[in-house]
Write a protein that binds this ligand. Structure first.
Ligand code: MOS
Length: 753
């Protein structure tokens, strides 16, 4: 056990009256009644419709576009191609920081991937714009498409993911493997996935001189504002983005995409508001995806079944013109205490749109391979896979050697296993059948995700009528941010939640960073918490220095704020309401400000992660190979839970994606054309309710005083990790067949291996 000392004073949580409550979504009624207006629901007066023409080849150049035919179509107002594209202030291929991805903004006739925008048609109706785009009848000088993991010569990227080192090692893996009593070496493949939020990328853009006003979904308002400012050469404060509701994001709305910028370009070109909405198939290219991988894992154990070597190598693929490399091997840094660990990556370039962050980027992809390999190692040792994990899970983060909170992981294994009924699991595969003769299998996987935090700002106001306002440009992708952050805000201000006005979702509000990395609640929440503390301190200053106040002389630290009232810590009967204090001071309102950022000193002393354990049951038809995940139980420890209802919903959403990763989701590329062949929601399979009949998320209590003042860890992404591997391991347990190519498809179960 590691003894860890407190280096950061936990923030004083004022009340805990809203935090921890299972409130329903505050925007739920708006959403289910259709009153919530999404970007594409906006129709400013005089608005025109823009439709993109996209490339049907993956590599080459556009040799001809029949602009005349498109323009001659009734209702078509303008056609924008590389030949007449407006001059931009910044080259879309410029990249001045790693979070700036190259965009296709019609800068040339070059085609770099299928579904790349090659022209915009703007018309009075959607139908006319659509027909105009068809009439462009592009002709291409096509070159052979290079797709897949063997498309090109491989190389070692400089960094992977958001700037992580490509390689890491601790100890000597080769020596460990040589000394091992048992070892395995296996290769696993994962398919490309596309984000596919229900709401496609959409924008309604309107210019007024040099001021741009847009409705568009964004997981990162300030970054989107900055990117647009650069492209158009205007000041960020001349750009107003409204993004109150997102129909999902999963990472593809983290950075503003090329098609969204093209909507703003179109509006500027015609001098009228323009709406541009991507069609589903147009989302398979220019807005990011999760890259495919081929991963090799080599594991070795000593005579006690303890891991002494773990080597994880990933080959992945990026575009020909930008850099994003799926950091799949890095998952092996964390859950298992192998004496020696080595992780590495290589990549190839292919004629595809640039891959990007997609929910648990790297962790999801790497986890299914690692959890499969751990299972195979347990099998080689003749051990129960849970017992093997309990023997080998890390008590100190293995790669960094830093203490972390894995005591909670042990509790996740225990609670999850008990709820699932794991102890009744036969060791050997192919032992269980249900009443219909279907093979039944049980699998387990370890879940892990870093507890990240970015920087944010918030503003808090207390008004003369005793009510309060929190302003922060935060993002609700559907995860429940409006609800959870408002709960933090209410407690920070010492108000009941219905005395609070929570303003969010627009770019004119203080920068809340990005809703990504499962870090939004911690990041925005701590800024809100600090803004609340600031305004309450100001209020207390006024009261404790005012002779007429019952709080006179109490001193700031001697005062508590709750229920819209300040009172003395040593005598709660002595106090007064916010309204009384502000009114007597003759003020209309009092303002406070707060910021948040990860504490660097604490981060260098501790490794910060959320943990979990997932147990899955699958049933497989022994003759047809059809399979279904019938029962999934996940137990997760993620620090302080702001809203257990939202948190369970997030965890379940992640677990469904884990099922999807193992059994459903894959983009199929045509190697001849380089086009995704299932660029739609009929053939690109994601699970529906019938695919996951029983799903349970257990929230394991955990108090982690190191991650941030509120003790919040993220829950958005961890659910995918662990689950994907648990489902895959359950398929093995049902059938005795170890499939190493994901998703597991029925042909892999019925054909001879
Ligand atoms: Mo995410 S991939 O952190 O939106």
């Amino acid at each position: 056990m590691v003894e860890i000392a407190l280096t950061q004073t936990p923030a004083h949580v004022r009340h805990g009256s809203s935090i921890g409550q299972p409130l329903t979504r505050r925007d739920g009624v708006l959403k289910v009644t259709g009153a919530a207006k999404y970007a594409a629901d906006h129709h400013p007066p005089g608005m025109l419709y823009a439709v993109l023409a996209v490339s049907s080849i993956a590599r080459g150049r556009v040799a001809f576009l029949d602009v005349a035919a498109a323009k001659a179509h009734r209702g078509v107002v303008e056609v924008i191609t590389p030949a007449n594209r407006p001059v931009l202030a910044q080259d879309p291929d410029e990249k001045t920081n790693p979070f700036m991805f190259r965009l296709d903004l019609l800068q040339s006739d070059r085609v770099r991937y299928a579904n790349q925008p090659i022209a915009i048609v703007i018309a009075q109706t959607l139908e006319a714009a659509t027909e105009g785009a068809v009439l462009l009848s592009p002709r291409y000088d096509a070159e052979p498409a290079r797709v897949g993991l063997d498309a090109n010569e491989s190389f070692v990227p400089a960094v992977v993911g958001p700037g992580f080192p490509t390689e890491a090692r601790r100890g000597d893996v080769e020596a460990g493997l040589a000394a091992s009593t048992k070892n395995i070496a296996e290769a696993y493949g994962t398919a490309a996935q596309y984000h596919n939020p229900m709401e496609p990328h959409a924008i309604v853009a309107a210019w007024d001189g040099d001021t741009l006003s847009i409705d568009t979904p964004s997981q990162g308002l300030a970054m989107a504002q900055g990117r647009l400012a650069g492209v158009f050469g205007i000041s960020p404060d001349h750009i107003h983005i409204r993004s109150p509701f997102l129909g999902g994001g999963f990472g593809c709305k983290g950075f503003i995409s090329g098609p969204q910028v093209l909507g703003a370009i179109a509006a500027r070109a015609v001098g009228k508001p323009v709406k541009l909405v991507l069609r589903r198939e147009q989302m398979y290219g220019p807005v990011g995806h999760r890259a495919s991988t081929r991963q090799t894992l080599r594991l070795g154990v000593d005579g006690d079944g303890k891991l002494i070597a773990l080597d994880h190598h990933t080959k992945t693929v990026s575009s020909t013109f930008d850099d994003f490399f799926e950091p799949a091997s890095n998952i092996s840094h964390t859950p298992y205490a192998s004496t020696a660990i080595a992780t590495s990556h290589e990549a190839v370039r292919a004629d595809i749109g640039t891959p990007l962050f997609m929910r648990a980027p790297g962790e999801a992809t790497g986890s299914i391979a690692l959890e499969s390999a751990i299972d195979e190692m347990a099998q080689a040792c003749g051990m129960d896979p849970l017992a093997f994990r309990l023997k080998n899970y890390a008590e100190v983060e293995p790669i960094s050697g830093k203490p972390f909170s894995s005591k909670a992981l042990r509790e996740c294994y225990r609670q999850g296993a008990e709820r699932f009924g794991w102890e009744r699991r036969p060791l050997a595969p192919r032992q269980m059948r249900d009443r219909d003769g279907l093979l039944v299998g049980w699998g387990v996987g370890t879940a892990t995700f870093p507890a990240l935090m970015f920087a944010a700002q918030a503003k808090a106001t207390l008004r003369r009528d005793g009510s309060g306002v929190i302003e922060i440009g935060a993002h609700d992708m559907g995860q429940g941010a409006w609800t959870a952050l408002a709960q933090i805000a209410a407690d920070a201000l010492g108000l009941d939640i219905d005395q609070l006005e929570f303003r969010s979702g627009t770019s004119d509000l203080p920068d809340a960073g990005i809703a990504g990395g499962s870090a939004h609640t911690a990041t925005a929440g701590m800024a809100i918490h600090n803004a609340g503390a600031d305004v309450v301190a100001r209020l207390a200053d006024i009261a404790t220095n005012e002779e007429r106040s019952p709080l006179f002389g109490a001193g700031n630290a001697g005062v508590i704020a709750r229920g819209g009232r300040l009172f003395r810590r040593d005598d709660p009967s002595r106090g007064e309401s916010y309204a009384e204090i502000i009114g007597r001071a003759g003020r209309a309102q009092i303002e406070g400000h707060g910021t948040s950022a990860a504490d660097q000193a604490t981060h260098s002393d501790y490794a910060m992660f959320a943990h979990g354990a997932v147990f899955a049951e699958v049933k497989v038809d022994p003759d047809l190979g059809q399979m279904r995940a019938t029962r999934v139980v996940g137990a997760f420890a993620a620090g302080r839970i702001i809203n257990p209802r939202m948190v369970r919903s997030q965890l379940c959403g992640g677990m469904i994606w884990g099922v999807s990763f193992a059994l459903h989701e894959q983009a199929v590329m045509d190697p001849r054309s380089g086009r995704p062949m299932n660029a739609n929601l009929a053939e690109y399979h994601v699970p529906v309710n019938a695919d996951v009949p029983s799903l349970e998320a257990i929230v394991v209590e955990e108090s982690d005083p190191y991650v941030n003042g509120l003790g919040i860890k993220g829950v958005g992404e961890i659910g995918i990790t662990g689950t994907a591997g648990a489902v895959a391991n359950a398929v093995w347990h049902a059938t005795g067949i170890r499939v190493r190519k994901f998703p597991i498809t029925l042909d892999q179960l019925i054909e001879p291996q």
